[in-house]
Design a protein around this ligand. Structure first.
Ligand code: AMP
Length: 218
């Protein structure tokens, strides 16, 4: 199964990507997670990406495309993958199509997570993450067992720098301008499936599984 998740920040792409990647045994590839890891490592890509990520802008296409191409060459992607947060611009989508075409691979579906502004703001301002293992929490909807401590690895949780309200608004603007055009791009290719991302996790999970069952096996 080869899937792409598109949607504004806070729509729940990461949460559902984790659930589905475990169910279908395919890697969850989040370009945001990869970039944050590279920033924490202080690698060359991390140094280039830091200011864009922290201010809510987009990292240049050339950097992200190369990073995804390298990731997709790893063995664990042979049975499929779930891309969360890539592509995010028309340039990335076109380069990705070309790369897939060169190796004779097709996407099975592109899922568009449609969420209202109210849901997005509620989810993002309450989101906390583990800087060590990337587990996500929400102070009201999905709190950790012990206040502010990761259930998985015991690290102290943090709020992402780009989850503060003014950066969230910038990220939404960037989403509208650069990423939303991809919805039509994939709709025209007949690959788009839209979901109501205002639904709670369990309800949306059921809906996603129904959609994926109807995707023809390749
Ligand atoms: P995310 O975790 O998906 O919300 O991504 C966090 C940040 O990483 C974004 O606001 C961008 O700065 C950067 N980023 C992630 N994916 C991409 C991408 N495909 N293209 C450009 N920048 C990206």
């Amino acid at each position: 199964m080869r899937l792409v998740f598109i949607g504004p920040p806070g729509a729940g792409k990461g949460t559902h990507a984790k659930i589905l990647s475990a169910k279908y045994h395919i890697p969850h590839i989040s370009t945001g997670d990869i970039l944050r890891a590279k920033i924490n490592d202080g690698s060359e890509i991390g140094k280039k990406a830091k200011s864009y990520v922290e201010s809510g802008g987009l990292v240049p296409d050339s950097v992200v495309i190369q990073m995804v191409k390298e990731r997709l060459q790893e063995r664990d992607t042979q049975a499929g993958f779930l891309l969360d947060g890539f592509p995010r611009t028309l340039g990335q989508a076109e380069a990705f199509d070309q790369a897939l075409c060169q190796v004779g691979i097709h996407l099975d579906a592109v899922i568009d997570f449609n969420a209202s502004l109210k849901t997005i703001l509620r989810r993002l301002t309450g989101r906390r993450m583990c800087p060590k293992c990337n587990a996500n929490y929400h102070i009201a909807n999905m709190p950790p067992k012990k206040s502010n401590i990761c259930d998985e690895c015991g690290s102290a949780l943090v709020q992402r720098k780009d989850d503060h309200e003014e950066t969230i608004l910038k990220r939404l603007e960037v989403y509208k301008k650069d990423t939303e055009p991809l919805i039509n791009y994939y709709r025209k290719q007949g690959q788009l499936k839209e979901v109501n991302a205002d639904l709670e996790v369990k309800e949306l999970d059921v809906h996603l599984l129904e959609i994926l069952k109807s995707v023809p096996a390749r």
